[in-house]
Structure formats: structure tokens, C-alpha cells
Ligand binder design. Sequence first.
Ligand code: AMP
Length: 283
Amino acid sequence: METIKTIKAMRESVAAARRAGKKIGFVPTMGALHEGHASLVDAARASCGWVAVSIFVNPIQFAPTEDLASYPHPLEKDLELCRARGADVVFVPDVNEMYPPDRPRLTDVSIRELGDALCGRSRPGHFTGVCTVVAKLLNIVGPDKLFLGAKDYQQATILRRMILDLDYPVDAVVCPTVRESDGLAMSSRNAYLSAGERGQAPALHGSLLLAAEMIRKSRPPAEQVVAAMKEFITARAPAGKIDYIQICDSESLRDVPETRGLVLVALAVRFDKARLIDNIVVE
Ligand code: AMP
């Protein structure tokens, strides 16, 4: 497995794989890798002859008040996981490589209302940062397939739409959320939880299962489902402060009053140092 730090070397490595007739799979990440990320590498490995992972903590998707400075960087461990799961290349550019200080970036890729919904309300500009870096990474790697996790449902929806709107010749594959045995969605940010908070955090997934059960059983108004979820989380995760719980159309991400059709139930809850998100799609 190669570790590559520059855009030029990355382009050369991809070009060599292309000349060898390989199909290119790409898994962008911010590192602090866990089994959720590993499942994306496995999926890429299963359908592509050459697999690239990127590890880049993208500063432009963090607000000044957020956790950029404390985001974990266990690089050796991450490289070990990539090697063990069969990645061919790991691209680890530093921030000056992606955003040269002598050439301030004048271009942004933003996605209008899809980026303002859900997490966009409490993280203004976040998805512009995500779209901009993924657009750059797609231009550097030029993959056939891009592997994303359903844990970040809004992010995957936005990137799928960006790919369509900007005619990127890449297929986006969205892989299921990988969870701990108690249901908590795996996340690099789970490391910020205290032992007490970690004990309470599975209530987030519990509330989503409750919502799914209510919707499947009787299709109550969205308001009723949200109220039941709030009560569930408040009782079982008192250390968490609910940022949002929303029931949306699974494509447009617009709030829906009724729970008919395919609906996305999405939430974000803040603990002391960690803001956790999770979701479920209910038919
Ligand atoms: P991140 O490093 O958090 O930016 O995530 C990189 C990719 O891994 C994104 O496509 C995420 O959706 C995906 N991912 C993160 N956590 C999980 C999980 N628990 N299950 C599946 N995919 C995940």
C-alpha cells in the first residue's frame, strides 16, 4: 500500500492504475477510522480493482467554534486499518497542499437548499465546505465509484446531487450505517463522549427505532413521532441536548407533516464535547 501526500503524485498513481485497466474506487474520510469507514473500503474492494482512501481533516467544513483543533489524528493506526482492508493507496495531503496559502481559494461549491436543511441549520456553510473538498478530491482522483456512508445521510444526498448537477462521471454508492453492538452509530466523534454519556448515547438509535415502529404501525402525523422521540431521548439521555429531530422527504430533505411514503427520520444531539447525528429511512 502506498501513502501519498501530493496531488501530483496522486494523479500519477491513479493514471498508472488506469493504464493497467483497473476500475478506481474512492473512499474519502477525515481519518480516526473505525469499522464504519472499513465497511466502505470493503465495499470498494469488492467492486473495484484499485482502491484509494483519502484522509484529510478539511478545515473549511468546520465553523470557528467547532472541533477542528481537537479532531483525532491517529495516522499510523488509520494506515494500518487501510492496509488490513486492502486499500491500494492512501492519500494524506496536508492542508497547504489542498489549500495553498499563497493562493487563497476564490471558488466554492455550494448546494443551496439541500445544504441549508437539517445539519445545515446549525452548521451554516458546512456543506459548502464538504462539497468543495469532495469536488476537489474527485478531480484529483477521478474515480469510477465513490463510497459514502448512510450515517451521514444528508451529506450523501448532497454529494449525489452535486455529482448529477456537475456531471461528474462517477457512481456514488451509499453503504449502510455500521453500529456498535448497543446500536450507537460508529463515529470518530464517539471518542469525545465521557463514560456516562457513552452509556446514554444508544438512546439516539433507540428513538429512531421507536419512530420507525410508530410509522410502520399507524402512520401518525410527524409531530406526534417527534414528540415521542423527544420524550424517549430526554428520559434516557439526559446529558444530551437535542439539536433537531426532523421527519423529511428522503430526497428533498424538506420537512413533511405526514409520515406517508419514504420518510427520513434524522436527529442531532449535542453532548458536552460531541455532537452526534443518526437517521433511519422508513418505508
Ligand atoms: P468521516 O471520516 O466522518 O468524514 O466519514 C467518512 C465516510 O465514512 C463518510 O462517507 C461517512 O458517511 C462514512 N461513515 C462514517 N461513519 C460511518 C458508519 N458508522 N457507518 C457507515 N459509514 C460511516
